[in-house]
Design a protein around this ligand. Structure first.
Ligand SMILES: Cc1cc2nc3c(=O)[nH]c(=O)nc-3n(C[C@H](O)[C@H](O)[C@H](O)COP(=O)(O)OP(=O)(O)OC[C@H]3O[C@@H](n4cnc5c(N)ncnc54)[C@H](O)[C@@H]3O)c2cc1C
Length: 384
């Protein structure tokens, strides 16, 4: 079967890779290249963690994804997963997100243990903990390389005999329950046996009737701060990733590759146009992040801003991904709504999509179009 995959971010590139592994012929399209600066898979790093509250589907998928990230590294000889461990900080007494996850993680071969404040202070004295109620330590968590992984995936796709086209592609005509092809910028139509659109934050504009109301795009700012001289305790491998489950969910990655100490705010701001909006640093947001940095990591109070990035989430109403067949064409498949937590699951998403297309293996119900509208949700929990 020849499958055309449009979008070489985490969802499309992993789908193309897994389709090739399973014997399909693949043509991958991207308008600006894998992990480009406007893609949701752009930038340096993403967190990987198995803690997902009491949601066993995600816990199982992350456990599987951990294995696949390891195999990918062995196969490509590129390190993309850095197991730093994760500090989970809860400032409010409700830490059920971690507490309910603990038995599920154990069942899937991962671990989450509660640390006392004293124990945490001793191990990581640079973290201010006086307002922290409970701390959990997730040993296998860490960070993944984002844009580089997408580029390595493309290399693997090409090595495996797949084709790549640097082109804008849109859905062609729907005739008799089938998509007739994808339209390219020069007016031609590209034909395959099946089509996958994995266009991240561009999905609502490609499928406005189906997804225009369902998927919303939010702006997310990321700031990097330069370490003071001799502050190697904030650098990989001396410091873990951290997730601060306070009023605003804040998270970050220690200094990796000299890029600076990454601080991100999970709060969503929108709407956001992924093609046209300037991705500049906003003084107000920077000052908010600085206040946080000074509070939680006092030694970084004077740390200079070294880099900032603006990315976007594609949010579904309940925080679940969209991995499904198009309701009006049985040869057309959609992979999107990665929200703020899809990157780590790229390998599992690629496998589920390829098995759905090639073997008609059902995808778990929560990722089907009809379920996304059910707002009994993940959305006020941490999605990364
Ligand atoms: C700031 C931020 C932090 C995040 N943190 C985490 C985290 O810590 N852990 C985690 O697991 N996840 C995280 N996520 C979520 C994760 O990054 C996304 O879920 C994932 O990257 C989505 O990938 P995608 O392939 O769906 O979209 P994208 O990466 O946006 O890829 C879509 C691709 O489609 C291409 N495209 C679009 N339209 C067309 C067209 N018509 N023709 C051709 N090409 C087209 C684009 O150029 C793009 O390359 C984060 C996201 C953001 C923004």
């Amino acid at each position: 079967m020849h499958v055309a995959v449009v979008g070489a971010g985490a969802f499309g590139a992993w789908t193309a890779y897994q389709l090739l592994q399973q014997g399909a012929e693949v043509t991958l399209f991207d308008q600006w290249g894998p992990g480009n600066s406007r893609a949701s898979s752009g930038g340096e790093t993403r967190l990987i963690r198995g803690t997902y509250g009491n949601d066993e589907v995600y816990t199982r998928l992350v456990a599987e994804a951990f294995q696949e990230w390891q195999s990918f590294q062995e196969r490509t000889k590129h390190q993309v997963y850095y197991p730093t461990g994760s500090l989970w900080l809860f400032s409010k007494s409700d830490d059920s997100y971690a507490r309910t996850a603990t038995p599920l993680l154990e069942r899937h071969g991962l671990s989450l243990e509660e640390w006392t404040i004293g124990q945490t202070q001793e191990k990581y004295p640079a973290v201010y903990l006086d307002d922290i109620h409970t701390v959990f330590w997730e040993k296998e968590a860490g960070y993944l390389l984002a844009r580089k992984t997408c580029q390595y995936l493309l290399e693997e796709v090409l090595k495996g005999g797949g084709q790549f086209r640097y082109e804008h592609a849109t859905p062609g005509k729907f005739v008799g329950g089938k998509l007739q092809g994808v339209k390219l910028a020069d007016g031609s139509t590209f034909h395959a046996d099946a089509y996958v659109f994995a266009c991240g934050p561009w999905m609502p504009r490609l499928f406005p009737t189906l997804l225009g109301e369902l998927i919303t795009i939010s702006r997310q700012d990321i700031h990097y701060f330069g370490l003071p001289e001799q502050a190697s305790h904030f650098r990989v491998p001396n410091f873990p990733i951290w997730i601060d489950m306070g009023e605003r969910i804040m998270y970050g990655v220690p200094d990796y590759d000299g890029r600076g100490f990454k601080v991100a705010d999970d709060t969503r701001e929108g709407p956001f146009d992924p093609s046209t909006v300037d991705r500049d640093v906003r003084a107000e947001k920077l000052s908010q992040v600085r206040q946080y940095l000074e509070h939680r990591f006092p030694a970084l109070k004077e740390a200079p801003l070294t880099e900032a990035r603006v990315c976007q989430y594609s949010n579904s109403p309940n925080g679940h991904f969209l991995l499904d067949q198009h309701p009006e064409a049985d040869n057309l498949f959609l992979a999107g709504a990665g929200c703020g937590h899809g990157f780590k699951l790229g390998p599992s998403i690629g496998r589920m999509m390829s098995e759905r297309i090639l073997k008609e293996t059902p995808i778990p119900e929560e990722f089907q179009l009809a379920s996304l509208k059910n707002v009994a949700s993940l959305s006020n929990q941490f999605e990364h």
